[in-house]
Design a protein around this ligand. Structure first.
Ligand code: SF4
Length: 459
């Protein structure tokens, strides 16, 4: 990558405040709808009637109901920002829009009935091969305005047929990287840990000083911890009709009980389980989370970092710096493969989250860069082939437990790498390329369509 390349991807593009339950099926459509709202504002003519329909294709149609895609579309089209104010998507918004007869845009009512005007079309259109495709069609007077988008996972999206406006770095990026190999080479040349390289890059990208970037990281870490706290306090059944009960509180209490007993075996793992359950359950309930790197896998990194913080007595600012390392690993995976369950299965979501968490944990414990790479590699290697098969299209079974399993695996990967010298035979980049190939070989049924695996054999 050339110095100062505009293709630099910020870690804040994959670590961002969001609403659950899915970054590709909830947050992505919300952001696409908000983007199209700006287009509606430009297209509306005073006094002319306007109406809107939205077409959801492929995986969005197959599992969008469970992922609250319709609620996300309504929020985005209405200009709401639930991911920023920490509020959940409101199921009552469907009835509200129906009662109003549509959505108000700049004082004009755009006719829109979510029950009639959101079309759920499982077959992909001839003009897009991406499983998360959607199209908005506005009729304003006699003119038609259509825009298609694909939701790429991690809340990222791209318009089809239009060149997306990639944010340009405010200053030349000092340490541009695309792969883990790049990061290790720069680290060796400079003597800086990965987190410091990324901090310098993010500082240049945003045109801010380092302390402002660190405050953004502090904010994300505060949000993650707040989600854990809410999740540990909540009880009862999750929405969606599957009958899944929240378990974070019970697991947390069991982990506390075991610590004070001689048979304390597995107490640390249970603590990580409890934290991961807490976040994943909040996500499943459509609550406020931080994508890490996606909403479905949002529990892994907070769980690992919270356990690490408590066990190593790390200050908040230090833990927040771990997000720089985690983010860099996520960006490498995005560059070489994908972070989307619809593209590569759950190995790209929970597997990626585990790799990111393991790398962060290793560096926070003082690992050299080679050990950081080894931690990330071990974590992703042992998620290869993991399918995405959410029962009823809800991010609950297997997703909630899967976050907990990913967190424990990440902690173990960090521990194993810290016990070694950093020497390992399979590079992280090679493991990520293997993940991409494996994902391409997975039949569509195993890529977030709810048409394979547990989704058809489950409850
Ligand atoms: S199975 Fe994994 S990738 Fe699929 S929805 Fe659940 S967490 Fe996301």
């Amino acid at each position: 990558m050339a110095r100062g390349s505009p293709a630099y991807q910020s870690i804040f593009s994959i670590l961002r405040p969001a609403v659950g339950p899915s970054s590709s099926h909830t947050l992505g459509p919300l952001l696409c709808a908000r983007d199209f709202r700006a287009r509606i504002e430009r297209a509306l003519r005073r006094g002319a009637a306007a109406s809107l329909r939205v077409e959801l294709y492929g995986s969005l149609a197959a599992t969008g109901k469970g992922h609250r895609t319709d609620l996300a579309l309504i929020a985005g089209l209405s200009g709401e920002r639930p991911e920023e104010d920490g509020s959940a998507l409101a199921p009552e918004s469907v009835a509200r829009v129906q009662a109003a007869g549509g959505i108000a845009v700049k004082g004009t009512l755009v006719r829109f009935d979510p029950a009639r005007d959101i079309r759920w079309i499982r077959k992909l259109p001839a003009w897009s091969a991406h499983p998360n495709t959607m199209r908005f069609v506005l009729t304003a007077g006699r003119a038609k305005h259509a825009a298609a988008y694909v939701s790429l996972g991690a809340g990222l999206f791209t318009p089809l047929g239009r060149k997306p406006a990639a944010p340009r770095p405010a200053q030349p990026i000092p340490y541009p990287y695309r792969t883990m190999h790049d990061l290790l080479a720069i680290s060796e040349a400079t003597g800086y840990p990965i987190s410091l390289l990324v901090l310098a890059d993010e500082t240049a990208f945003a045109g801010q000083n380092a302390s402002t970037v660190l405050e953004r990281l502090d904010h994300l870490w505060r949000l993650m911890k707040a989600t854990i706290e809410r999740g540990l306090a909540a009880e009862g059944e999750l929405p969606g009709g599957l009958g899944v009960m929240r378990r974070a509180k019970q697991i947390w209490e069991e982990s506390r009980r075991r610590v004070s007993h001689p048979e304390a075996i597995l107490a640390p793992a249970l603590k990580a389980d409890a934290y991961a359950f807490a976040v994943a359950e909040e996500n499943a309930a459509g609550g406020a989370i931080v994508t890490a790197p996606t909403a479905g896998s949002a529990g892994v990194i907070p769980a690992v970092l919270k356990v690490w913080q408590e066990d190593l007595a790390l200050p908040d600012r230090t833990v927040a710096r771990g997000l720089l390392t985690a983010g860099a690993v996520g960006i490498v995976i995005k560059n070489l493969a994908s972070l989307s369950g619809a593209e590569v299965g759950c190995q790209g979501e929970v597997g990626s989250a585990a790799a990111m968490a393991a790398a962060a944990a290793a560096e926070l414990a003082g690992a050299i860069p080679a050990q950081v790479e080894a931690a990330a590699e071990v974590a992703i290697e042992h998620h290869l082939g993991m399918t995405c098969d959410p029962v009823a299209g809800l991010v609950q079974i297997p997703c909630i437990e899967r976050n907990a399993m990913g967190a424990v695996k990440a902690l173990n990967a960090a521990a194993v790498s810290l016990a070694g010298t950093g020497r390992h035979l399979i590079s992280f980049d090679a493991a990520v390329r293997a993940m991409w190939r494996t994902g391409q070989d997975l039949r569509t049924a195993y890529r977030e369509t709810a048409r394979g695996g547990l989704a058809v054999e489950g409850v």
